[in-house]
Design a protein. Structure first.
Lengths: 432, 432
């Protein structure tokens, strides 16, 4: 039995365009392999040149969102506009007309899934967002239908291609942040205003979506500790390498008896760790479950076609499954009050200090760390810094701590920074 | 709305036992997170000591398969017996009573899916087998519901933990095959009769299942070219390493205009390839799709709990989805006659010859390769072999070829082997 399904695409940018081409080019293939005939009934985009470039036939071009949602041939609406403005308005209009929605919009899902899912449920239609996280890698399908047998206790991932590209360049070519960013912009990997990526917002949205699913509780993005990569120095990447570490912008989610811990920040991981060799625009997510032990999913995290793969796989799923699976947790605007969030999280630390090259300085610094209960694994002095004439010579001192709490380290470093013999230059968390 | 689902487990060995404990220990968790109350209604196993060890209550122990399938409380039957004997009979009995079946049995699915699926369809019940391939890694869910948007053009994987453990030991510790096998047996990674694993049968079953799904056509295991690891010498692993290669028992599936190509054999891959660092009992599958580019799934490929994770995730899926997805291809006893299978496949080759240390030998060997159209990338002589007094000195000659066809290489090597100045010692395929 063949099934006929009509779709509309809102926004024919990079992902929307890739989705259009994938659907059109594979129509026969899906009919043959999935038993479903998916036709693009209409598209909505103001950029007519772009529509022409993609080869959209004129009769497929809708004049307004009202026209799209009123079209009885449209069963599924694909939203690839992005952001929380019109995208959200359009999605709500589609859901209210009983059309299932497939979206690649992490910001919207992260911020508004509670609202959108409520409308979807009320109208008995589905809301699918595999494409919102990690491009073509089916991480959401895996969390929903592949590893449900497990208490997921830990999640670590590289989910932003822009920052991973920049950090890979800084690591491999010794480039500084600004140079690597400019190259990423030139290649189209980074936007003109790169804030959303480099300051970790994009990763934060994705971690909020993925950890909500993995830990079966609403994790608002506002609960995610966030730190971007714009203050990372190439010298710290190089020094970390000497210690056997690779720097990545990681999303980290942990779920234990203490509560849920979610954070996005530059992190040193052992260079032998599977995530350390995830380079350039590749992404990966590592999960630990109480039954499955650990698994990792790896692939292209962005781009027109890898993301279209996720969009279209969701479309096929929606077209071939009548069951709609909503969040497996209480999807509210805020966190579930029963869920505790750990804010004073535990980590090991890499600290770079600039210290006076004088006898006794090391002892004083070690003493401060000890006083705050932070124990040190490694101390390493580097070659003297250049200072002005007459000034006390200074040198970089690298400290690697044992696993300790965030607060202890903060307090110790505040104390050190207040002395006249040492200044804190860089603090980077270390995951073993 | 909470749903109640009863399951029976047939065979409480390693995987069955892990499944029992997972279901019992997570019952509350599944009720809370998946909205389904899964109770183990009965188990079937003749080993009463094992049942006691697992803490199975007496009232849960069934006396016969007839009792299990007649039990109206049982909705889903889990088969963890293995093999194609009673396991298959029991599965058929369960399906005929309208019970959905979840199985970890790769041999049975590979050999009999056409028969079992027909019975399942006729009785409107499901047949799920995520656990048959790659333990806790949701590769089957991914192929069914995660990457369906793609023409999958290539699949490469390490899907057998026993052989990967042995090859890892041979690689890292320089052990010979027999020593590494004995250690694997001592640790319980290899069976007393290791044939099924080391000769590649297990991998062949898995590749038949995975490539059928990936390429949307029936790939009988008999169509898979198979070569095991028992003839691999530690010296070839060591020499390969010098050339930048790591040896793995790979399953390889390709789907192109020429047809479907499926093979299982020891393979040299570049040591920088993502699969090269999949060590010990870990497994991984690498997929290439026309939209998604490449992805890799990695995790524990065997063991009680990783495999139980897959079994139980299938149980939850069956319990929460009323839609049953059968094979997306024509599932018959034999290959679809419309599908071409490539047998003279293309590959690069590593060849170790033992050659006479005499002027002109190299030229003669190069000449034979050239005559058969095989071009050589690298030639490398090793230190002289020990020979008896008076015999012509011999030395190992390593030849790495360009990508060529299997038949050309076979013909060239047969010719070389028939000479008196060179003998073929080892032939290993190379994937770049």
């Amino acid at each position: 039995m063949k099934k006929k399904v009509g779709v509309a695409i809102l926004g024919l940018g990079v992902v929307g365009g890739g989705t259009y081409r994938t659907l059109v080019d594979h129509r026969e293939f899906y009919l043959k392999t999935q038993g479903v005939d998916i036709s693009v009934e209409c598209v909505l985009d103001r950029n007519l040149a772009r529509l022409q470039e993609l080869g959209v036939p004129e009769e497929c071009i809708a004049g307004s969102i009202a026209e799209v949602v009123a079209n009885p041939m449209v069963d599924i609406v694909i939203e690839t506009i992005g952001g929380v403005g019109v995208a959200k308005d359009f999605v709500i209009m589609a859901l209210q007309e009983g059309k299932s929605v497939v979206t690649a919009n992490k910001e919207m899902i992260s911020k508004c899934s509670h609202e959108l899912e409520r409308i979807a449920k009320r109208n008995a239609c589905g809301l699918y967002y595999e494409a919102s996280c990690v491009g073509g890698v089916p991480i959401i399908r895996t969390l929903l239908d592949g590893v449900q047998a497990n208490h997921i206790t830990e999640m670590m991932g590289i989910v932003n291609g822009t920052t991973n590209y920049i950090l890979t360049k800084m690591d491999q070519d010794g480039q500084d942040y600004q140079t690597a960013l400019k190259e990423a912009q030139r290649l189209g990997y980074a936007e003109f205003d790169p804030t959303n990526d480099v300051e970790g917002f994009d990763s934060t949205y994705k971690l909020s979506i993925l950890s909500s699913m993995a830990f079966h509780t609403k994790v608002p993005y506002t609960k995610v500790y966030r730190e971007g990569i714009s203050k990372i120095s190439a010298c710290d990447i190089a020094i970390g390498k000497e210690f056997g570490y690779t720097l990545k912008l990681l999303v980290i989610g942990k779920n234990s008896e203490k509560g849920v811990e979610v954070r996005v920040h530059p992190t040193f991981i052992p260079s032998a760790h599977a995530l350390a060799s995830v380079n350039d625009a590749y992404n990966a997510v590592y999960l630990r479950g109480d039954a499955l032990d650990d698994i990792m999913l790896y692939g292209k995290g962005a781009g027109a076609f890898p993301t279209a793969s996720a969009v279209v796989s969701d479309v096929i799923y929606a077209a071939t499954h009548s069951e709609i699976k909503y969040s497996t947790y209480k999807n509210t605007a805020n966190a579930d009050s029963a869920t505790k969030f750990v804010t004073d999280f535990s980590s090991a630390y890499y600290v770079r200090l600039s210290v006076e090259d004088k006898a006794g300085t090391l002892a004083k610094i070690s003493g401060i760390f000890a006083k705050y209960g932070v124990s040190i694994v490694k101390l390493s002095q580097k070659a003297r810094e250049e200072v002005g004439e007459g000034e006390t010579p200074r040198l970089p001192l690298i400290v690697i701590t044992h696993k300790t709490t965030e607060n202890r380290v903060k307090n110790a470093l505040a104390k050190i920074d207040a002395t006249d013999f040492a200044k804190v230059q860089a603090v980077i968390r270390v995951e073993e």
